[in-house]
Write a protein that binds this ligand. Structure first.
Ligand code: 13P
Length: 251
């Protein structure tokens, strides 16, 4: 049985610990532990520890939104993968377009992926094209490049550990989700790219997520029609009821 990943990326929200606790608890209280569904929440770093204390029944798995690529040392303002692991994080988002917009390039992203795999954490590598690139029909080229550079020199045995999140930039926070049929084409292309670049034979083992204006009305279509293994959810993960509706649609 393949797992379905329902991953909430809270981004830079909410603005107080009490709100974060309320949101987390309202989700934790209502869900059941299911073998088929991996419910993950990626809150801002500062909420990770307090939320881990509230995680009754370990029904929610914690993830982080980023990591630094060194273990420790004189790196003011950074948070390392070792620290995230120590707090109980299992997943870490890397290469989100909002981080790329603030300086993360493919080389930095690649370093982050290496350190995460070394620490036995699961990287969620975000890829996707801009509106302009889509219009110029450069989507496939962009995605292939981001996979190639992001996973440069990753040992073949680790490639299955990386989760790929296809998040077209034009669909993020716009209420204009990418149609499931386009996501299907992209998900097939991503698997083909893994065999072309890395010689992988069993590419169905690679977990692919879709993200970009996912809500309770469209969530299920991506898994059923676009055959992705789950969803990376921004604003709908900040509303407990909406997020729960998404989770329950897979029960
Ligand atoms: P929205 O769901 O708000 O469009 O954000 C998607 C996203 O960026 C998740 O990482």
């Amino acid at each position: 049985m393949k797992k379905i990943f329902i991953i909430g990326n809270w981004k830079c929200n909410p603005t107080s610990l009490s709100e974060a606790k309320n949101l987390f608890l309202s989700i934790n209280k209502k869900i059941k532990k299911k073998r088929k569904i991996e419910t993950v929440i990626c809150p801002p770093f500062v909420y990770l520890y307090p939320l881990a204390q509230l995680n009754r029944g370990h029904k929610i798995v914690l993830g982080a939104q980023d990591t630094f690529f060194e273990e420790k040392g004189a790196f003011t303002g950074q948070v390392s993968a070792v620290m995230l692991k120590d707090l109980g994080c299992k997943y870490v988002i890397v290469g989100h377009s909002e981080k790329r917009a603030h300086g993360d390039n493919d080389e930095i992203i690649n370093k982050k992926i290496h350190i995460l795999l070394k620490e036995n954490l699961t990287p969620i590598l975000c890829i996707g094209e801009t509106k302009e690139e889509r219009e110029k029909k450069q989507t496939f080229e962009k995605i292939k490049y981001q996979i190639q550079e992001g996973l440069r020199k990753v040992a073949k045995k680790y490639l299955h550990k990386v989760i790929i999140a296809y998040e077209p930039i034009w669909a993020i926070g716009t209420n204009k989700p990418c149609p499931p049929e386009s996501v299907l084409t992209i998900s097939i292309f991503i698997r083909k790219t893994f065999s072309a670049l890395f010689g992988l034979k069993k590419t169905d083992k690679i977990a692919i997520l879709y993200g970009g204006s996912v809500n309770a009305d469209n969530a299920k279509r991506y898994v059923e029609e676009a055959r992705v293994n789950g969803l990376l959810i921004g604003s709908s993960s900040l509303k407990a009821e909406e997020f729960l509706k998404i989770i329950f649609s897979f029960y």
